[in-house]
Design a protein. Structure first.
Length: 72
């Protein structure tokens, strides 16, 4: 895979790739934490892409904010 003109396995892309994988893993854990780690959703969340996780969290936070503002 070419990334920014570097060959796979070069030091620059390995660092970027590892950072992205760690970020995605953290985002998935955040989604699961918000949902209280339901066993039936863990495999589903683990298949989500970065964009899907980010979208899911943003919708959750927006709806939470909307609920809190309407209650007060």
């Amino acid at each position: 895979m070419l990334l920014l003109g570097w060959r796979e396995g070069s030091g620059a892309t390995e660092g970027i790739c590892c950072d992205l994988k760690a970020e995605l893993s953290g985002l998935r854990n955040t989604v699961l934490g918000v949902l209280d780690y339901p066993a039936e959703l863990v495999p589903v969340v683990n298949r989500l892409s970065f964009a899907q996780c980010a979208y899911l969290l943003s919708v959750y936070r927006l709806e939470t904010l909307r609920f809190v503002c309407n209650v007060i």
